[in-house]
Design a protein around this ligand. Structure first.
Ligand code: UDP
Length: 330
């Protein structure tokens, strides 16, 4: 039986596919390739299609022997979600309801869901615990939280067992050097700074330096994408073993400000990177740092890339060798 990975051609999805393939799992990737790249797939069978198409999703479950789902497919940009919330509700919520309905109809009862630190909004504590209040400050986080709630109620009603993984800031690239981060347009901090290092941009705009943080810029918890990938496979194992629903943060537990990230990239690349202060980006909380004690304890998750330098090193290796992302491989 196969594991269906929606959004498997995307950034975190493709690194998780790599991890699944390494463990000899049978993998089917469902991706509309709007944002994903087929070159990012190191294995598995690709079915191209859109989760917004109910009949198509139903057919995927009829035609394939699917044991469990890992669900990544979604839009992910905070700023865009504030500007165009309905686009996010449609692709992140409506699509997932189609997926859950098809799973229910086909009798598939295991799902690992790609959620986010953005579900917390402005946190009440640092580091953030899974039991802390969730009050998203942007539609992206709100759509992910809406899905989390649909999962909770679907467990009660249909026995749909889930592991929800709330990622903090996914970053870095596969050590093998063949896959990495490639968004178009790129909105994430580390790849944008690396584009400045590559001479593809003149400067990095630091969104706000008047936050209530030590240097005024936003603080985030950067976690390597392969460590996230490892957690998805452990979550799958847990569902198989225990058949119980649960929810986990995934982060390193250490915060870095935007200014600190720029400095680390300067050190790793040896390039002088021009950074300028720009207005705040709407929807950004000041500080997001995870407590990941629960996932370490309950799933024996052991992140391998604790330090930001190692994360940036792997990202730099990818970007240096693929300055145009997957276009360099087409
Ligand atoms: N950021 C920035 N300039 C950029 C992109 C991002 O200052 O060009 C900041 C952003 O405001 C946030 C942090 O970097 O505080 C991380 O943003 P990113 O979009 O990478 O991830 P997010 O926190 O939204 O998941």
């Amino acid at each position: 039986m196969a594991v269906l990975v929606t959004g498997g051609a995307g950034y975190i999805g493709s690194h998780t596919v790599a991890e699944l393939i390494e463990r000899n799992e049978e993998v089917i990737v469902l991706d509309n390739l709007e944002k994903g790249h087929k070159e990012a797939l190191l294995g598995g069978k690709l079915i191209q299609g859109d989760l917004r198409d109910k009949d198509f999703v139903k057919e995927v479950f009829l035609k394939n022997d699917i044991e469990a789902v890992i669900h990544f497919a979604a839009y992910i940009e905070v700023g865009e979600s504030v500007a165009n919330p309905l686009k996010y509700y449609n692709n992140n919520v409506v699509s997932t309801l189609n997926l859950l309905t098809a799973m229910k109809d086909a009798g598939v009862h295991k799902i690992v869901f790609s959620s986010t630190a953005a579900t917390y909004g402005e946190p009440e504590n640092t580091p953030i615990l899974e039991t802390d209040k969730t009050f998203p400050t942007n539609p992206y986080g709100e759509t992910k939280l809406t899905v989390e709630k649909a999962l909770k109620w679907s467990d009660g009603a249909y026995g749909l067992k889930h592991v929800i993984l709330r990622y903090f800031n996914a970053s870095g690239a596969h050590e093998g050097g063949k896959i990495g981060e490639d968004h178009d347009p790129e909105s994430h901090l580390i790849p944008i700074i690396l584009q400045v290092a590559l001479g593809k941009r003149d400067e990095i705009k630091m969104f706000g330096d008047d936050y209530n943080t030590p240097d005024g810029t936003c603080v985030r918890d950067y976690i390597h994408v392969s460590d996230l990938a490892q957690a998805h496979v452990l979550a799958l194992d847990k569902l198989r073993r225990e058949n119980e629903s649960s929810i986990y943060n995934l982060g390193n537990g250490k915060g870095f400000s935007v200014k600190e990230v720029v400095d680390v990239v300067r050190q790793i690349t040896g390039k002088p990177i021009k950074a300028v202060v720009a207005p705040r980006r709407p929807g950004d909380p000041a500080t997001l740092v995870a407590s990941s004690e629960k996932v370490k304890k309950e799933m024996n998750w052991r992140p391998k890339y604790g330090g930001l330098a190692k994360i940036v090193e792997t990202a730099w290796n990818w970007h240096k060798n693929h300055p145009n992302g997957y276009n360099d491989l087409v």
